[in-house]
Design a binder for this molecule. Sequence first.
Ligand SMILES: [Fe+2]
Ligand SMILES: [Fe+2]
Length: 347
Amino acid sequence: MQLPAPRGPLTERLFAELARPPHAFGPPPAGPYGDRHGDRHGDLHGDPCFGEEDAQLALFVCYELHYQGFDGVDDRWEWNPSLLALRERLETWFERWLARRVPRPPAPRSQEVPRALAALVAADDGPSLSAYLRGRADTAQFREFVVHRSIYQLKEADPHTWGIPRLLGRPKAALVEIQSDEYGGGRPERMHAELFRATMRGLGLDDSYGAYLGLVPGVTLAISNVMSLFGLHRRRRGALLGHLAAFEMTSSLPSRRYSQGLRRLGGDAGARRYFDEHVQADAVHEQIAAHDMCGAFAAEHPGLTGDILYGAACALTLDRLFAEHLLGRWREGRTSLRETDAEVTVR
Ligand SMILES: [Fe+2]
Ligand SMILES: [Fe+2]
């Protein structure tokens, strides 16, 4: 994967450092260089340095050093102290970003966690992206949706895998059971990331890892960043499990609608298989995640039930912001991707 174009002074500085061999560098210059979008929404309150697009991309790139890395960026940057110091500042910013958007649900008693997760999911009243894609989207819009989703789906399951060594006993076995399915149960052609690549090819898209990183807006990057944040910090392990549970609990029915939408637009069985697979798989994963994983984890860690619910709430809120962004842009007759010259390759 190539480093994308910078989106502000922060990524300009970071990408220039990453192009060189690993070395010590100072913090980014402080200063009110937030973007207007951030100012308008008060995003910069208390975080005077970071514009939203700029900061989400910088954080995404810091995290990506722990996954596939970038062409031309030395692998040793992954544990470089200056890089980690910058990442910590970005994470502090991002945790505040989340706190402003995601009200913390009350902490349930341990035995109530599966039911509380179900109630949280049921109360979610965001707009239905899947209903739009099933019945109304045109092919260009469906392709845009898949481009956005490719940022996470081509590394599907990887961020939650960070949770495995942080668990013991029943919740660990449950997480491994889910992840094993996500990774194809030993058959690479059945890995969900591979099925997603088939969907991309079916739509005439580039299925190589990170091909569209430069085209997706901050809200799409935030969906990946929150998983990496929760996965890479042991203190966030409760939130990581709640996040995965919310993902699994909101996947089966929408996946059916995505498949129906793609069929309406002429997608063949190979292109639809990713979605068809999730109709079945996630109906099962949902139960394992809520009861065997989160329920058992809560019984062992009654002090972390609030974190489990918060992780789930973060997943639901980001999903809603994502749906609002796409549907809002399409309503205006605009692309939901970043309006750069490169959009021509997708539309
Ligand atoms: Fe999956
Ligand atoms: Fe799943």
